[in-house]
Design a protein around this ligand. Structure first.
Ligand code: FES
Ligand SMILES: [Fe+2]
Length: 428
């Protein structure tokens, strides 16, 4: 790939082809529980410095970080019944980016046209499944699709994030890379545990198929048959920047060209005896990616992925790579992105945009093992099940689960939290 095309895939600023394409979609940008704890958060998304807030009436807003008056930082402002007030001279901004109060001007010169001139960049924010979603593109905004797993009941959900110092696209390419699972997760974990073998089942065949909302990748490993759900259904590379594995979603949201917010949504079905289970608040936590020696943490699955992503350089130089047969899916998504960038430049909707409100109400995705998430098991069986049994021991996906989240989880499942320290770094 030449450098110009690499730039097209990786640059996300407003006015760049990829920046304009990604702005056509709703993106999860954090957890609603974060704002319940602290109603104002400074955020940076696709190279734009912004402030995310929830005002006292419950309305969410996402505005330009700098006050339209004299550019003070609105993330140090304070929320009121309708909007966020700048801490410098008290101008009050609403979620549409309009200025609704200018205390001194309103007193001294109420007829001043200044207020009408005043606008701030403003983007709509919605809450769904405990996540906050933002749309930063042109109006009219498309529908926010309700992915079917968001409607599942009787499960414990948690939102897990980390900020990764590299470009988003190399993170997303990992979502269509089946073979890395054998080496980066299975075999590297085995070596980190001090074992030398035998190594995990090898990949024998791969399949990649495009569908309306992304791509499916399928695999056959040694010992598996063509009836294996990982061959018949596989995993989902969700368009444009997500990954769906049944039990959870991952998204790679560009913070800017050189940093990415990796944000995940996890669902764990409770055992039968714990039903009905209603979760009032979906916890959100951010995990560390470096240890105290400044080395990347390698003990958990997503942390291992992070090591691959940052290892490719801040912005991977795709003119230097050598793609093989295992990379067919990567080539497919790159081609689709180039076609999508063309579509947007020509004023058409890119792939996977939903404009029909009826259709958006429930969008199903292929799931290799749906029963694990939609049918409950008696607790005894739950604890013996390979998926839940592992989950009952620890959170294997990302380092740093806070103990209060672990305790809440154990409580929901009706299992003994065991007094373990979940922040302890372990090899998965
Ligand atoms: S800079 Fe915000 S009110 Fe003056
Ligand atoms: Fe991975």
């Amino acid at each position: 790939m030449d450098k110009a095309r690499n730039e097209m895939l990786t640059r996300v600023g407003r006015g760049t082809p990829m920046g304009d394409l990604l702005r056509r979609y709703w993106h999860p940008i954090g957890g609603a529980s974060e704002l319940a704890d602290n109603p104002i958060k400074a955020v940076r998304l696709m190279g734009e410095d912004l402030v995310l807030y929830q005002d006292l009436s419950g309305q969410y807003g996402l505005l330009g970080r700098h006050c339209p008056h004299r550019r003070a930082d609105l993330s140090y402002g304070f929320v009121e019944k309708a909007g966020i007030r700048c801490n410098y001279h008290g101008w009050l901004m609403d979620e549409r980016g309009g200025c609704v109060e200018q205390p001194f001007e309103d007193t001294f010169n109420p007829a001043s046209p200044l207020r009408k001139k005043c606008t701030s960049p403003a983007y709509p924010v919605r809450e769904m499944a405990g996540l906050l979603w933002a749309y930063m593109g042109p109006e009219p905004a498309p529908e926010l699709p309700v992915w079917e797993p968001f409607t599942w009941s009787n499960g414990f959900k948690e939102i897990v994030a980390c900020e990764v110092p590299c470009n988003w696209f190399q993170c997303q390419e990992n979502s269509i890379d089946p073979v890395h699972f054998e080496w980066m997760h299975d075999n590297w974990s085995l070596r980190q545990r001090g074992e030398t073998g035998p190594y995990a089942a090898r990949h024998l065949r791969l399949g990649f198929d495009e569908f309306e909302y992304g791509f499916q990748y399928r695999r056959i490993r040694e010992g598996a048959t063509e009836q294996d759900p990982l061959w018949t259904v596989g995993r989902v590379t969700l368009w444009p920047n997500g990954f769906f594995l049944g039990s959870h979603f991952e998204w790679r949201i560009p913070i800017d060209d050189e940093n990415t917010l990796n944000i995940c949504w996890f669902f764990t079905r409770v055992p039968k005896e714990s039903e009905p289970y209603v979760q009032n608040r979906v916890p959100t936590w951010y995990g560390p990616i470096k240890d105290t020696n400044g080395r990347w943490i390698s003990s958990h699955i997503i942390n291992q992925d992070v090591i691959a992503w940052v290892g490719q350089g801040t912005i991977a130089d795709r003119s230097q790579e050598l793609l093989g047969s295992s990379d067919r899916g990567i080539a497919m998504i790159r081609n689709r992105f180039f076609q999508d960038m063309d579509a947007v430049a020509q004023g058409r909707d890119p792939k996977g945009i939903v404009r029909d409100p009826e259709k958006a109400k429930l969008v199903k995705l292929p799931i290799a093992t749906p029963k694990t998430f939609t049918e409950s098991l008696p607790r005894e069986q739950w604890q013996k099940d390979p998926y839940f049994g592992r989950r009952a021991q620890r959170f294997p996906w990302q380092a740093g689960q806070p103990s209060e989240v672990w305790n809440e989880f154990a409580n929901a499942m009706g299992i003994d939290p065991g007094g373990r320290d979940p922040s302890e770094l372990r090899v998965y």
